[in-house]
Structure formats: structure tokens, C-alpha cells
Design a protein around this ligand. Structure first.
Ligand SMILES: [Zn+2]
Length: 431
């Protein structure tokens, strides 16, 4: 696929959606009395601070009522929620930890001053270096936020290979090192010493769970329009004494095998694509699927949600409406079968069951760990908010409500707010 100028904007969509959702909330109450306060140093970024203290970006933004763009400045005092003040016992606590560099190795290099409009992708392409390499040698925890005038080190030669794992890391495994756009990535970590794991990929926090074989695992979403390239996955391990080790691994995102379609809508339906209306409905859903519960509710592969799983449109198809230049993609899988039952494909809790303008009669199920499934355009709903469902429970019936050209079930899977391919979850047992 050829890449649009909007792609760098699209990949930050999740983070922006999260920040916008946060920005809409009322001002937070008070600072918890026992939270640690740090002073922002020159060169600090919000992501660096989040990594150094093993906190989630969103939690820092909320606790400090920061602006939607997450802007901080040197000298500013930040409350770190949930980080206890150091206990004043001898020996006195040492200086506050500084963010660990992503990579610490000498690299032959030249320099580049970022020009207005340049992105990490365009700079990497113009020098012919892998983007992952640029991110590593410049210690860029958020490569989507380059500023004009910023100086970058341009590595010369091969991409630095991450060193073998050092304690507390024993081993790090990925379900795929080369992964299609739109898939779910599983990260597994084995530890040689006790530590608490965290990390991030493209603005998504990594939340680790206990695995069956002593490993810890996390899942993360590869956006369907994430430009193919090398990307860093950052994993942090915090020892009981507070010492943090950071491990950076590189994965390669490759162009997904997705088609293209231009959808023609008549005027009355096209009116439904009104930007305000789309935004309002989307905001409601974002507010729901941005909530991340810490335990998975599903187990094993997902079931098909349709009795006769005849797919009429696959996930990932690149789409335009009425031949406009706006590129989007099909965020779910469509099934035929008007009037037939829709089944819960996995265990979860219903968090939305109501008519929506664009998505029609809609159900959203929380499966835990930031994984949600949506069922749009139903003729009739059969569940209520708060209801716990098990695989095979009837949640509604296939219909043609909302913005549709004919009756069908649109089934969508959201991980950290990003639409991933639901059929991967039917075919594979994740993690
Ligand atoms: Zn659909």
C-alpha cells in the first residue's frame, strides 16, 4: 500500500483518543497526601517519567490535570500517583531515579535538525536507516512527537542489535517478530529475579499477567494503518528495591494483506457521516473501551458470534466513502444472516447495550485487559448493561439498524482502543 500523509497522525490515534477522553473529565480532586512529587528536568518527557516510575501515562496526566497534549515544562512539579514518598530512614534515599536510556552504546553518527513537517518516518526514509534504529540511538520514548529544531543523531551502519537479556530478564519472546498490520502481538517474559513488569508499544501500556509456565505475558495491538517499519517494544522491570531495568526489543510491522473498496452512500445516509455526530458516538465508545481491567476474563480461542459464520466483509479492507480522499479501514468482520442469533464469543461483562445512530442497536462486551468486543446493527438486543456473559450466550439478533446498506452483523474487537482482526482470536488461542 502507498502511505498517506495522515498515517503518522493515525498511529497516534489511540493516545490522542485517550488524552481527549481524559481532557473532557472534570478537574481531579486533591493530590493524595503520600504521593511522590518530582520536578521536571530539562529534556524530560512525560513518557520518560512514566517509564522511570513504571506508571501509566494516563495516570500521570489525570493526577496532574495536564492539558490534552500532555505538555510539561522544566521546573514543573508533577505528582506521581501511587508512588509513595521515600521513607526517611538511614541510609537516606538517594537522588530520584533518572529515566534509563533506551540504548547505551556508541554509534558512528551524523546529525540532523528536524524541519517543520518532518516525521520520524520521513527522516528514517531520507537517510535509509531503520526507524527502530533512530528511536534507539536518540532515546525517543515517543517518536511520534518530534519538534522542529530538535537535533537527531543519525546512526551509520547496521541497526544496533539489543544485547542478550540481563537480570532480572531471563528471556523475552514475541508471538511474531514480523507481524501484519491489524494483528494482536503477545509478549512473553521470563524473569531470573523478582520484579514487576510494565512497558509500552506505540503509546499502549503493556500489562503483564501470570502465565501457565512461569512466564509473564502481555498483549498489544498493531494498528491496521501503522506504517510498515521497525518499531521498539519497551519492557521495564522494577525490582523490589525500586531499581528499574529497561529492555528494548524491535519488531517489524509488515503491510497487511487487505483489499480496498469505495463505498457509495446516498445523500440521506451520507448525512449520517456528519463529523459531530460521528465524534459524539465515538466518544461514548472510547470512554468505555479506554477502561482497562487488570485480569483477563476470556480463556482459549473465541467462538464465532454468528450461527452461520458466512463472512461478507473482512477486517482491514481499506475504505473510502463516496470516493473521498479520506482513507479509513473496515474495523471489524461482517456476517450475513438477518434475524439469526448473535452469541457471546467469550466470557465478559456487557458495558453497553443500546441503540446508537451510526452503529444501530449495539452491544459492547468487556473481556478484561483492555479487550472489548462490539456487535453493531442488531435488530434486537438480548442483554443488559452489567450482565455477565459466557461463550455461547445469546446477546441479540442480526439486523440492519444504523448506518448500513443491508442487514448484517458487524463484529469488532478493540484492544487498547485499537481495532484488531477478530478472526485471529477465533483461529488462535491468545496468549
Ligand atoms: Zn462492518
Amino acid at each position: 500500500m502507498s502511505h498517506c500523509k495522515r498515517c503518522p497522525v493515525l498511529i497516534t490515534g489511540f493516545l490522542l483518543a485517550l488524552l481527549l477522553a481524559i481532557a473532557g473529565r472534570p478537574v481531579l480532586a486533591q493530590t493524595p497526601a503520600n504521593s511522590m512529587v518530582v520536578t521536571v528536568q530539562p529534556g524530560d518527557t512525560l513518557m520518560n517519567i512514566a517509564l522511570a516510575y513504571n506508571l501509566r501515562l494516563a495516570d500521570i496526566i489525570l493526577a496532574n490535570n495536564l492539558p490534552a497534549n500532555g505538555m510539561i515544562f522544566a521546573g514543573q512539579q508533577l505528582v506521581l500517583p501511587g508512588v509513595a514518598l521515600p521513607t526517611p530512614t538511614p541510609p537516606p534515599p538517594t537522588a530520584t531515579p533518572t529515566p534509563a536510556p533506551l540504548l547505551n552504546m556508541p554509534v558512528a553518527e551524523s546529525a540532523h535538525v528536524v524541519q517543520p513537517g518532518e516525521t520520524i518516518y520521513s527522516i528514517a526514509a531520507s537517510y535509509g536507516v531503520p526507524m527502530g534504529s533512530l528511536v534507539l540511538v536518540n532515546n525517543l520514548p515517543n517518536p511520534d512527537r518530534l519538534e522542529a529544531g530538535q537535533s537527531l543523531r543519525i546512526p551509520v551502519g547496521a541497526i544496533p542489535t539489543p544485547a542478550p537479556p540481563e537480570p532480572p530478564f531471563a528471556a523475552v519472546e514475541f508471538s511474531e517478530r514480523e507481524i501484519f498490520q491489524g494483528r494482536t502481538l503477545v509478549v512473553k517474559v521470563w524473569l531470573s529475579e523478582p520484579a514487576t513488569l510494565g512497558g509500552w508499544f506505540e503509546g499502549q501500556p503493556l500489562i503483564f499477567n501470570e502465565g501457565a509456565a512461569g512466564e509473564k505475558w502481555a498483549i498489544t495491538a498493531i494498528h491496521a494503518l501503522l506504517p510498515p517499519n521497525d518499531y521498539p517494544v519497551v519492557i521495564t522491570a522494577t525490582r523490589p528495591d525500586g531499581q528499574i531495568s529497561t529492555r528494548v526489543e524491535i519488531i517489524t510491522v509488515i503491510d497487511g494483506p487487505y483489499g480496498f473498496e469505495d463505498i457509495q452512500l446516498d445523500n440521506s445516509r451520507a448525512a449520517l457521516l456528519d463529523a459531530d455526530l460521528l465524534a459524539a458516538e465515538r466518544e461514548k465508545l472510547v470512554a468505555l473501551w479506554s477502561q482497562v481491567s487488570s485480569t483477563p476474563r476470556w480463556g482459549g480461542p473465541f467462538w464465532y458470534p454468528a450461527a452461520n459464520p458466512e463472512v461478507t466483509s473482512y477486517y482491514g479492507t481499506r475504505r473510502t466513502y463516496n470516493s473521498s480522499e479520506e482513507l479509513s479501514f473496515h474495523a471489524g468482520v461482517d456476517f450475513s444472516g438477518a434475524g439469526t442469533p448473535i452469541y457471546a464469543p467469550a466470557a465478559g461483562v456487557v458495558v453497553l447495550a443500546e441503540p446508537l445512530t451510526v452503529r444501530g442497536n449495539a452491544v459492547l462486551i468487556d473481556h478484561g485487559l483492555g479487550l472489548y468486543s462490539g456487535y453493531w446493527h442488531q435488530s434486537q438486543l438480548a442483554v443488559q448493561v452489567g450482565q455477565t456473559v459466557r461463550p455461547g450466550d445469546i446477546i441479540g439478533y442480526v439486523g440492519g439498524t444504523g448506518l448500513v446498506t443491508g442487514p448484517h452483523l458487524h463484529w469488532e474487537l478493540r484492544l487498547n482502543g485499537i481495532a484488531v482482526n477478530p478472526l485471529q482470536w477465533v483461529r488462535e488461542s491468545i496468549p
